[in-house]
Design a protein around this ligand. Structure first.
Ligand code: MLT
Length: 236
C-alpha cells in the first residue's frame, strides 16, 4: 500500500479586527507554496477551538504564520499538534496571556463595538496598528476590512483573546524553527519578542524599521523576503 503523501501548507492567520485580506501581499508573492489564509471570524469564542477546526481542515503539516491575534492561534496550533508544525512565525504577536487589567479593556472594547460599530473600535487602534507614514491606500484597505466585519464576530474574537492561556511554555518546547518579526515602532511587543527568541531552541528575531503593529501588511517589501527565507529553510 502506498504511503499517503503529506504536504506542507503555510497558514497565514490574520490579526484583529482585520481579516484574511491583510495577507494579499503575501498570497500574491508566494505562488510556489501551498498558502491558505483562513478567516478566523465566525469560528466561535475560543482560540483553541479555532485551532482545532484549522487542524481538521487539512492533513498537511503546517507552517503557521500569525499576525498578532493570528499568532495566538498559531501558538494554539503548536500546543495541540506539535508534531504537525514545521515552522512558527509570530508577527507583532505575543505568547503571554492578557495582563490582569486586560479583561476591563477588552470589556470596554466589546461595549464600544456593540454600541458604535467596528470602525469606532478601529479608530481607537489604528494609530498603533499602522505607522504614521503608512501608505493612505493601506489605511483605506484596512478601514474597508474592518468595516465589513460582523459586530458579533468581532465580539467573539475579543472574548477568545480574553480567555487565551499563556503560551510561553509552547515556545519553550518548540522543536521547529521560530521566526519572530516585529515592527520597530510596535512598542507593545518588542520587549517580549526579544525574550521569546531566548526561550526557543531555534529562534530568530527580525525588527522591521519604521513599521508598527501590522508589519507584514504595512511593509511586505521588507517582510516577504524574510518570510521566504524562513519557508525555504523549513521546507528544505
Ligand atoms: C491584533 O492586532 O490582532 C491585536 O492587537 C491583538 C490583541 O488585541 O491582543
Amino acid at each position: 500500500m502506498e504511503a499517503i503523501q503529506i504536504g506542507t501548507t503555510v497558514l497565514l492567520l490574520h490579526a484583529f479586527p482585520v481579516g484574511p485580506e491583510m495577507w494579499e501581499p503575501q498570497l500574491d508573492a508566494f505562488a510556489g507554496y501551498e498558502l491558505k489564509a483562513p478567516g478566523l471570524l465566525g469560528r466561535g469564542d475560543s482560540i483553541d477551538g479555532w485551532a482545532e477546526q484549522l487542524l481538521a481542515e487539512t492533513e498537511d503539516d503546517l507552517i503557521a504564520v500569525g499576525a498578532s491575534m493570528g499568532g495566538y492561534c498559531a501558538l494554539a496550533l503548536a500546543r495541540r499538534a506539535p508534531e504537525r508544525i514545521r515552522g512558527l512565525v509570530l508577527v507583532g504577536s505575543r505568547a503571554s496571556a492578557d495582563p490582569p487589567d486586560g479583561r476591563a479593556w477588552r470589556d470596554q472594547s466589546i461595549a464600544l463595538v456593540r454600541e458604535r460599530g467596528t470602525l469606532a473600535l478601529w479608530e481607537t487602534m489604528r494609530d498603533y496598528a499602522l505607522s504614521a507614514s503608512a501608505d493612505p491606500t493601506l489605511i483605506e484597505k484596512a478601514n474597508e476590512m474592518v468595516a465589513s466585519q460582523d459586530v458579533e464576530d468581532v465580539v467573539q474574537e475579543l472574548v477568545a483573546m480574553i480567555d487565551r492561556p499563556d503560551s510561553t511554555d509552547v515556545v519553550r518546547s518548540l522543536s521547529c524553527p521560530l521566526l519572530v518579526v516585529a515592527g520597530e515602532l510596535d512598542e507593545g511587543v518588542i520587549a517580549e519578542s526579544r525574550e521569546l527568541i531566548g526561550l526557543a531552541g531555534d529562534g530568530e528575531l527580525v525588527i522591521v524599521p519604521d513599521a508598527s503593529h501590522l508589519v507584514s501588511f504595512e511593509r511586505p517589501d521588507l517582510f516577504n523576503p524574510v518570510l521566504l527565507g524562513f519557508l525555504e529553510r523549513c521546507t528544505a
